[in-house]
Design a protein around this ligand. Sequence first.
Ligand code: NDP
Ligand code: 2IT
Length: 447
Amino acid sequence: MKAVEVIDDLRRRFPHEPEYIQAVEEVITSIEEPYNANPEFERYNLIERLCIPDRIFSFRVSWVDDQGRVRNNMGYRVQHSNAIGPYKGGVRFHSSVNLSILKFLAFEQTFKNSLTTLAMGGAKGGSDFSPRGKSDMEVMRFCQAFITELWRQIGPDTDVPAGDIGVGGREVGYMYGMYKKLAREFTGTFTGKGREFGGSLIRPEATGFGNVYFLLNMLATRGIDIKGKRVAISGSGNVATYTAVKLLELGAKVVSMSDSDGSIVIPDGLTHEQLEYILELKNIYRGRIREFVDNYPDAATYYPGERPWYHVKCDIAMPSATQNEIDGDDARALLAQGVIAVSEGANMPSTPEAVKEFLAARILYAPGKAANAGGVSVSGLEMAQNSQKMSWTAEEVDQRLKQIMADIHTQCELYGKESDGFINYVKGANTAGFMKVARAMMAQGIL
Ligand code: NDP
Ligand code: 2IT
């Protein structure tokens, strides 16, 4: 099948999966050139095989809340591709989770993991369970019930889950504990584990730090210094907060953060003390970002129900909350005030219209699968350490992370540089990610 025919066909077969179709369409339209240059890909119907996940598990998760009521959620694992390594990817717990979202995330993960240079295939899992407002014991009981069903499908060389929205160290700990009990093994079946039981140093920081390292590589192509730059961040979870930590360390100003209830804008930029407060608020008290304004009324303004993009004056945007959080109007608002770079911490945070605007304006625009690959890269390093039964120092892991992000940048440049020198990171990341998986699939036959 021709590349465009595959999109039409998938749209017809999966009409209720808009996020999945959006992700597929973005990749397919940007790899048409190498696809057409390799006629054997079409003969082997490679694109269609690569777009449809290898398999999907879906199951009911029943658990008991603190009031003794029986609650039921859906659980899923999408094993997208193991062409270049065991299935690998996070688990998302959020009320919005459905198969369209998990299929888009597993699809993206396959290309992202290919870019990392490590041997990892692509997967994603999750549930429409929301940890928000739940007690620790409720979260534990849910995680145990989720794994009681999923444990048979995962393993250190089969499928290795990790965190994502709503799943951090606490949830990974509970899931890994139950897995270990049922499987009767102590192996690296999860990443993002606590450091006392096999977790890698720097894994919590890796996605945010990695995104800043990727941004530095992009800025260097135009001779721009990060120091003093005003950076708008969305989200206030794992990715957003560690992005802020690294930016402050490098002398940039963080001028916004948000959560699903609203955004704060900090015109003079967060101080170290204010960032410490946010880390504590989010990680220990599981509070809301609006509480920042109660504590620092003169430093920031809170915009309930709004994303930060319209309200903030910035040079750089690092969306780090969720998919489709920058639409065409948001993109135009950012460009109108002269934004020079957008580096995506979240997966697919920009709508197709927003991506079009960024590319047309020829700013430095890095899609999530390149810019946020640091998280899964350090997951890959955690798997390597677990296999060796060793643990590396924070410096060693950080050094490797920097190198991986530089290598991803080089691959984007190799496949995405246009004749006038402009680097199209969308085309570069998609092509580089695709070629490796495609060659592996061709070599392994029709499976
Ligand atoms: P967290 O759960 O730690 O934080 C998510 C943040 O985004 C929270 O501030 C949350 O607000 C906000 N958010 C979530 N959903 C929505 C929504 N529908 N609308 C508005 N705000 C929302 O997750 P992570 O930081 O781990 O993940 C953030 C993004 O980064 C996701 O797109 C994820 O896929 C991506 N990512 C994560 C990696 C990782 O290693 N963790 C690796 C690579 C990418 P609230 O608290 O109100 O829910
Ligand atoms: O989207 C992602 O890359 C993640 N949520 C991290 C996946 C992982 O396996 O570390």
